[in-house]
Design a protein around this ligand. Structure first.
Ligand SMILES: *[C@@H]1O[C@H](CO)[C@@H](O)[C@H](O)[C@H]1NC(C)=O
Ligand SMILES: *[C@@H]1O[C@H](CO)[C@@H](O)[C@H](O)[C@H]1NC(C)=O
Ligand SMILES: *[C@@H]1O[C@H](CO)[C@@H](O)[C@H](O)[C@H]1NC(C)=O
Length: 307
């Protein structure tokens, strides 16, 4: 029998649960409830938090357009600020699950200046997305060309402390170069996502090492890990975030084989391989005025010809 009282009691219980989750999230900076389904494969495991975080200012949290119960519970991916209007991320972060179909700009928001995922501060900026671009040859099954760009409606305000753009890596870096990956990904496989951003130091691994560990390895990818401590890795929720080497964004967190298991590494999109693509799709798309001028000029020239 399904009486009205039972339904009412259920509603009350559900709301108590929600309230509890909300309070815990506010109080406990670590444990956050999550969808049971694994959305993305990457996460930071075995990470640390530096006393003074000089890298978090480059990183944004890419989220849904409306949080479900509390600020930040819809965190999807990381991204890097590469210009006040351009966010660099992974293609799989801006497409529907396992597909090449892009999300709508209104499906996503970008949150900058917030090392704490769940707590907005006075430096937090919430930004709307104008346009979503992913590589035309992005392959969801093999993670080929896993690179995407979000163009924002308004400029991010860069204060240089909590929010700042990062340069793109233009140098070839030798294997075993030390880098740092950071994000809000799960702290262990299928584990919770942290509130405060985590760092992991990893080294770029040689090509043959990356190639030997997955049949997906292809042009435009790189891998990084820590041979001595395989626990250091990135995991779900870190996707799209930066691998920072020598002060520049060098990799985009792309995929992994579970997280932090021995003899494996995290796979990244090699930013240096896509410099041209980033310039074309990020920076040059930012001048619509020039395009309009060009069209006017064309029309003008045509008229001159006709006359
Ligand atoms: C919040 O944390 C404090 C101290 O860690 C604890 O005493 C309190 O019960 C917590 N509140 C909730 C709602 O969990
Ligand atoms: C690291 O960056 C500095 C300054 O941008 C540059 O001069 C140097 O060549 C870079 N090192 C490597 C190994 O690329
Ligand atoms: C990344 O790509 C650049 C340019 O294609 C290349 O020089 C560099 O060796 C690559 N890095 C890695 C770690 O494979």
């Amino acid at each position: 029998m399904c009486s009205i009282e039972k339904i009412l009691v259920s509603i009350v219980l559900i709301n108590i649960l929600r309230l509890e989750t909300y309070l815990c999230a506010k109080n406990n900076s670590k444990i956050i409830m999550e969808d049971a389904q694994e959305k993305y494969k990457f996460l930071i495991t075995g990470g640390y938090r530096p006393k003074i975080d000089t890298l978090a200012k480059y990183v944004v949290s890419i989220r849904g357009s409306k949080h479900r119960w509390f600020f930040g519970d819809d965190h999807k991916c990381g991204g890097s600020i590469i210009s006040p209007k351009v966010i660099l991320t992974a293609a799989h972060c801006v497409c529907k699950r396992h597909s090449r179909i892009r999300l709508k700009p209104s499906d996503l928001t970008v949150v900058a200046g917030t090392p704490r995922r769940l707590v907005p501060t006075e430096t937090t900026q919430v930004l709307k997305v104008d346009k979503i671009i992913r590589h035309v040859y992005y392959k969801p099954l093999t993670f080929r060309n896993d690179i995407g760009i979000l163009l924002l409606v308004k400029n991010i305000y860069e204060d240089g402390v909590a929010v700042q753009r990062i340069s793109l890596q233009t140098h070839h870096l030798p294997p075993y170069t030390k880098c740092t990956v950071l994000g809000w990904g799960r702290v262990f496989f299928r584990g919770p996502m942290p509130d405060e951003i985590l760092h992991v130091d990893v080294s770029i691994m040689p090509d043959n090492y990356c190639d030997a560990r997955t049949d997906k390895y292809a042009f435009g990818m790189m891998c990084a890990g820590d041979l001595a401590d395989p626990e250091k890795d990135s995991c779900s929720g870190d996707s799209g975030g930066p691998l920072i080497c020598n002060g520049s964004v060098t990799g985009i967190v792309s995929f992994g084989v579970k997280c932090g298991i021995p003899e494996h590494a995290g796979y990244y999109t090699n930013v240096t391989s896509y410099l041209e693509w980033i310039r074309e799709n990020g920076f040059s798309k930012l001048r619509p005025v020039n395009l309009i001028l060009l069209v006017i000029l064309q029309i003008f020239l045509m008229k001159v010809k006709l006359n």
